[in-house]
Design a binder for this molecule. Structure first.
Ligand SMILES: Nc1ncnc2c1ncn2[C@@H]1O[C@H](COP(=O)(O)OP(=O)(O)OP(=O)(O)O)[C@@H](O)[C@H]1O
Ligand SMILES: [Mg+2]
Length: 224
């Protein structure tokens, strides 16, 4: 297996002087293709900071990040955005659907610019596996929070990224849908050789993980 994401001595500080916060403290972390890794920690422990830095949405204060062997944190913003678009599927804490596009249109727009094209049949299968196929002509405002979250998950998977970064993907779901979503992400990781990192505060969601870490005050600790 290859290292898809490698974080070396990553530290992130916000603010300065007596208001300085160390959100991430000297983190070393690797995820390989085919692995599903969970990070569990309480609110404010640094989970979202970890995930947005690993995906290049913000820069670390120090340390280095390699994405498929390429030093990611030192790239110019345009190249970084390019790589991010091709290689990373984000599932963020707040869903980022386009309000004036139907569920189906959220995908067709992406497909025009993507290097990995997805067929109509593949899209249908993906939407069915997340129980949202019947909603394909609906707009985001007409969906429940859980349905919107599942559309966001489908969109992250749709582009066939090598790395999937999921921030509390089950936060707005009922237990059954939450379990289904995590199991689907685990299955994608194992069958399609995706490197997947999920952060959560919900211990019930980590039971299918290949590895689990604890995030505590910006430090990453191996679980048990
Ligand atoms: N842009 C920012 N500016 C200043 N402080 C920040 C910023 N982003 C995060 N922090 C601080 O860094 C720490 C970690 O925040 P983070 O959002 O990563 O936590 P989290 O584990 O994702 O929490 P939650 O479970 O509530 O989503 C917190 O103390 C937070 O206040
Ligand atoms: Mg968070």
């Amino acid at each position: 297996m290859e290292d898809i994401l490698k974080m070396k001595n990553i530290t992130k500080k916000f603010g300065s002087g007596h208001t300085e916060v160390t959100a991430l403290n000297d983190i070393n972390f690797t995820v390989k293709n085919g692995e599903f890794v969970s990070i569990i920690g309480p609110s404010g422990s640094g989970k979202s900071t970890f995930l947005t830095i690993s995906g290049g949405l913000q820069s670390p204060s120090s340390g280095d990040i390699l994405l498929n062997g390429t030093s990611f944190s030192n790239l110019a913003e345009r190249k970084r955005a390019d790589l991010r678009f091709k290689e990373i599927g984000f599932i963020l804490q707040s869903t980022n659907l386009v309000p004036f596009l139907t569920v189906q249109e959220q995908f067709t727009l992406v497909n025009k610019v993507s290097k990995h094209k997805t067929s109509d049949q593949q899209l249908e299968e993906l939407l069915k596996s997340l129980d949202i196929y019947s909603l394909k002509n609906s707009y985001p405002r007409d969906l429940s929070g859980g349905e919107r979250q599942r559309v966001a998950i489908a969109r992250a998977l749709f582009n066939k990224p090598s790395l999937i970064l999921a921030d509390e993907p089950t936060a707005s779901l009922d237990t059954d849908h939450a379990y289904d979503v995590v199991k689907l992400l685990v299955k994608e990781a194992h069958e399609k050789q995706k490197a997947t990192v999920m952060v959560t505060h919900d211990e019930r969601m980590v039971q299918w993980s290949d590895r689990t870490y604890q995030m505590k005050d910006g430090q990453l600790l191996a679980d048990k």
